[in-house]
Design a protein around this ligand. Sequence first.
Ligand SMILES: [Mg+2]
Length: 191
Amino acid sequence: MRLPYLLLDVDGVLIPFPDADGTTPSTHARHDVVPTGRSADNPVAVWLDADHGRLLMDVVRSGLVTPVWCTSWRQDATTIIGPLLGLPPLPYVDLPRPQITTSHPGGYLWKRDHVDSWLGDVPAVWIDDDFTSLDHTWAAERTTRGMATLLVQPDPHIGLQAEHLAEARAWMERLPVRTGAPAAASGTEGA
Ligand SMILES: [Mg+2]
């Protein structure tokens, strides 16, 4: 059986955006990290919720889905963010680096065209804070064409909540078992 993918964003999902007064949720702890290409004496502060690690490990262990990072952190999600949450090295979508000034060139999420071809015909639940109505239309059309697609959209100032993963889990459990497809998650880039 070819497992569906669970695509997971980082900024606005695991790392909430600060409120207008600069505060972040009290559930989140600060970590200073050094992304690829940045000098060690110039770290970036990120805020993460250890509970997210526990919740995501339940997803990893479920065997119902293949979790994949889908974030502008790219490989750093695998090597930096995941380990801070106690997650094993998960694969990542090697997103392009378009020269854009908005996350919605064309009116929809900049990641989507790459993700659409990356997914092929595999069902997917995609958790991201930045979808537009055009992305929801895309998901509905993909589902109509037989590739079940669920978009889950946390509030970027609050981030991922348990109910988002419960919604994803319920969706996974409703999917019909797919047979006759390769067992390997081919096309996965990264680790
Ligand atoms: Mg985001």
